[in-house]
Design a protein around this ligand. Structure first.
Ligand code: GLU
Ligand code: MG
Length: 439
């Protein structure tokens, strides 16, 4: 094997010879560009070039119809706080990653930047309600290329070595505070969870985590697939978004033991906003044609638009804490998301919809008890059955559609409909396979 020039040339023997700056786009793809480490300082000062129409690239590659065309210029402005180093690994050089905001050439925010969208949602939420939002994204994915093992078994955990330990170590080094690494229920399915952190950081970590997992898997001769349903007959890969709010004194603002489910008035109003706008929200949080095959009853994904204590079929699940700190640990879990969604947009629309529920005083939703039966739950509103239906809901729901800048909404609908068209005429099994190829 030819030694890589990286190992040969001591001048290039810096820990990270290149720096890759990227964004996560509407197709939930991580795209950007690299510069030599010697240009890092200039990169942090002035960013690197980018093109508005890049926002319209579909997950399959071709670009969807868009308002930007061949004109315009943007900058990818790296946020120094997002820096993550991937160490060299045998022949493969290390690199440094930054997440970028997309700005106009003069440095002002671009109205279609998904990362900026979340930042403004968090700012408005915090300013209006006087709370800090803490979040955590739980990711499930399928890891193929090695023998697996029974669900949750030691054997399955050990089959994924050295990938599993390398992943946990990499995430610890990156400061992502991994919480649990587990051999999940589905065939070849694993799950990684990170400790809750401030909302924007949690979404940044969700973007980076997927790339770190995929990159490490490739380096170990494996494949990590985050598609919502890699195999029509198999288990779904969900992304569960946990949320909690804390007031200025650090008290948990979601918890009130005197109310149904122990959920505060603010938490109930927040849930009302999400449930009222659920159909349009799923167009953003479950962002692929096959996402809606996962969002069906009996999959422990989200079997309908309801709020329930502990029930894993609920779109919004109240997760109680344990022990003396239970109140502080209580959080709301949004289960109708998957990794075809852009984490910044997904969390941003949830916060904005929840804020609407509180602001406009939507009627309080039922808090279904843990013991609710299937017969009880027949009255809950269903989620959209297809992506087409969800996209139509997004177009129709002026509140949710209005969260996004007009050009962003237009491009989003265009990208998603182009992806849908690419799979038109294929059966569900083939659609699952096609999505699995690109996620
Ligand atoms: N795999 C399920 C999903 O698609 C989640 C199972 C669990 O509760 O962890 O969301
Ligand atoms: Mg799970």
């Amino acid at each position: 094997m030819t030694p890589s020039p990286y190992q040969e040339n001591p001048a290039m023997n810096a820990a990270v010879p290149t720096v890759f700056t990227a964004t996560c786009d509407l197709a939930a793809q991580f795209r950007g560009r690299a510069v030599p480490a010697s240009r890092e300082e200039a990169l942090l000062r002035g960013g690197t070039g980018w093109v508005p129409a890049d926002l319209a690239i579909t997950c399959f590659g071709p670009i969807a119809d868009n308002v930007f065309g061949s004109t315009g210029d943007l900058r990818l402005m790296p946020d120094p706080a997002t820096r993550v180093d991937i160490p060299a690994d045998g022949d493969i050089p290390g690199t440094r990653l930054y997440l970028a905001d997309q700005t106009l050439p003069d440095g002002t925010p671009w109205q279609c930047c998904p990362r900026r969208f979340l930042a403004s949602a968090v700012e408005e939420f915090g300013a209006e309600l006087g709370v800090t939002v803490i979040a955590s994204f739980e990711h499930e994915f399928t890891l193929t290329g090695m023998p697996s093992g029974p669900s949750f078994s030691f054997e399955k955990y050990r089959s994924a070595e050295p990938f599993g330990t390398d992943l946990v170590t990499l995430l610890e080094q990156a400061g992502f505070a991994p919480e649990t690494w587990l051999p999940e229920y589905g065939d070849a399915q694993y799950e990684i969870t990170l400790s809750p952190v401030e909302a924007r950081v949690a979404a940044d970590r969700a973007v980076l985590l997927r790339e770190l997992v995929r990159d490490l898997a490739r380096r170990r001769g494996l494949r990590a697939c985050f598609a919502p349903l890699p195999d029509l007959e198999g288990s779904g890969n969900g992304v569960h978004i946990h949320l909690s709010f804390y007031d200025a004194d650090g008290n948990p603002a979601l918890h009130d033991p005197s109310r149904p489910g122990g959920l505060s008035e603010m938490g109930t109003g927040f849930s009302a906003g999400i449930l009222r706008h659920a159909p349009a929200l799923t167009a953003v949080t479950a962002a692929s044609p096959v996402s809606f095959l996962r969002l069906t009853p009996h999959r422990w994904s989200a079997g309908g638009a309801f709020l329930a204590e502990r029930n894993r079929e609920a779109m919004l699940r109240i997760c109680p804490g344990t022990g003396p700190d239970a109140g502080a640990q209580l959080n709301l879990e949004y289960r109708a998301a998957d990794a075809t969604a852009n984490p910044w947009l997904a969390l941003g629309v949830l916060l904005r919809a929840g804020l609407e529920g509180i602001r406009r005083g939507y009627p309080e939703p039922v808090v279904w008890p843990e013991s609710a039966t299937e017969a009880d739950l027949v009255v809950v509103p269903p989620l959209p059955k297809t992506q087409e239906e969800a996209l139509n809901e997004l177009e129709r729901d002026e509140v949710v559609g209005g969260f996004l800048a007009p050009d962003l909404l237009h491009t989003y609908l265009s990208v998603k409909r182009a992806e849908l068209n690419t799979l038109a005429g294929l059966d569900d099994a083939e659609r699952c396979r096609r999505m699995a190829d690109v996620h």
